[in-house]
Design a protein. Structure first.
Length: 445
């Protein structure tokens, strides 16, 4: 006769539940550490306690995990027309909007292609951006190389089936191998001799701020400045606490120009975060309790490719100012596509949000924000800051996705910084920079 499993009497727990409770006690001990560990170990949990502990544990794990928000192109920034999907509306707005007289579409400078963590040793990935096709690979010593994706032999795409061999990339079609540093062909498996002229284009690249960055110049001029390294990132004092990705349908210059547009700050970003990102509903007096003080200026020699923005956020409630909640952000724009926003708060700690803007197409920008923060500050604080940043940028996206770039805007005296910003940003274009018209002509055949 087989023994039937017995139910524990009411109020008692079975061995399985007991094991689960022990496990939870142990996990809590591990998470809380020290004195709390002893308390948690000694503490005998009942069923209600076990459930509570499980929920607490789950909450702690969720709060510690880095924030991840990925917004595909149509998700935000469009007002869907009745009976239309967001994608259909976005498509229609993109086709029908007035393009106007735009600056060139691909400025010269450093642009993010990937996050460093997205490329393991021996891995190759393709990225289409700036009107180019890049093959990005990490050699077996860990160094990143960016080369033109098309093999000069017969045009196969090195990023599709290509293989990393030591410091070279091997083409998937006939096995030619190109050196990542010099671009020189190193081996042709079936040829007696490798011709001297067998070479692939190599793009200057570097890794900084957790990103793989490429130097783009329409005249193939070598880098004229470097991307600064944040010391706290290099020394791992600040750790990654979140990433957000957005796609913006606008000219690249619209995004950095925001920094010099002082007047939009209180109007667009003043309403509290709780009022959301849909501009049809954000403007309610009830939610307005932020005040902003904003300054923008270009940096002098030798950093004329940089500009600075200083923002002081003041929190007001019922007409009263709460200084402890004030936040000061100093943002440094480095070239046309990178921004480092330094965050500093008396008791919420220090960190940086790294913003990158990469043109995937003339009017499609990939915008990535990554927050790094002091590792000894609870992760939910930088996660909240990044979430707040993402709410604010989604309001901007609703403007950018639907606006026209005006080469001769109607400005008042108080808008003077916008013109100064345009003059400053024009240094990233040169005579041969690709224009929207030229880009379109090369695609029409
Ligand atoms: S196409 Fe690349 S080796 Fe032939
Ligand atoms: Fe803005």
């Amino acid at each position: 006769m087989s023994a039937r499993p017995t139910r524990p009497p009411p109020g008692r727990v079975g061995p399985g539940t007991r094991r689960l409770m022990d496990l939870l006690g142990w996990a809590l001990a591990g998470l809380l550490g020290g004195a709390a560990a002893a308390a948690a170990g000694a503490f005998t949990l009942g069923p209600a306690g076990a459930t509570l502990a499980a929920l607490l544990l789950l909450l702690l794990v969720l709060l510690q995990r880095p924030l991840r928000r990925f917004c595909p192109p149509e998700r935000v920034g469009y007002v869907p027309e009745a009976g239309w999907s967001r994608a259909q509306t976005a498509h229609r707005v993109r086709r029908s909007r007035r393009k106007g007289q735009m600056p060139p579409v691909y400025p010269n400078g450093w642009f993010r292609l990937l996050d460093s963590a997205q490329l393991a040793r021996g891995e190759v990935r393709g990225v289409a951006a700036l009107g180019e096709q890049f093959a990005v690979f990490r050699d077996l010593d860990g160094k990143v190389h960016v080369v033109d994706a098309y093999c000069p032999h017969l045009g196969a795409n090195l990023a599709v089936g290509g293989r990393v061999v030591d410091s070279c990339i091997e083409c998937p079609f006939h096995g030619w191998q190109f050196h990542g540093e010099s671009g020189k062909c190193f081996k042709i498996p079936y040829a007696e001799k490798v011709p001297e002229f067998a070479k692939i284009k190599v793009w200057p690249s570097c890794e900084a701020g957790g990103m793989i960055i490429v130097w783009y110049h329409c005249d193939s001029i070598e880098p004229t400045w470097c991307v600064p390294e944040q010391e706290e990132l290099r020394s791992c004092q600040w750790v990654l606490r979140g990433t957000t990705e957005h796609f913006v349908n606008a000219h690249i210059q619209e995004i950095p120009e925001n920094a010099a547009d002082v007047a939009h700050l209180s109007f667009l970003h003043g309403p509290s975060l709780m009022s959301g990102v849909d501009l049809r509903f954000t403007r309610s007096a009830f939610w307005t309790f932020f005040q902003h003080h904003w300054q923008w200026h270009p940096e002098p020699e030798p950093n004329t490719h940089c500009s600075q923005m200083l923002v002081k956020h003041k929190v007001m409630l019922c007409g009263r100012h709460f200084p402890l909640l004030d936040l000061t952000v100093s943002a440094r724009q480095v070239g046309p596509g990178l921004v480092f926003l330094l965050l500093k708060h008396p008791f919420l700690g220090r960190g940086v949000i790294v913003q990158s803007v990469t043109p995937l197409e003339p009017l499609l920008q990939h915008v990535v924000h990554r927050v790094y923060y002091q590792h000894n500050i609870p992760a939910f604080i930088p996660k909240f800051i990044l979430w707040a940043e993402s709410v604010q940028i989604e309001r901007d996206i609703m403007i950018w996705n639907n606006k026209q770039y005006l080469s001769k805007p109607l400005l008042v005296k108080e808008d003077a910084a916008i013109q100064r910003h345009r003059r400053w940003y024009s240094q990233f274009y040169s005579k041969n920079s690709v224009t929207f018209q030229r880009h379109r002509e090369t695609l029409e055949w």
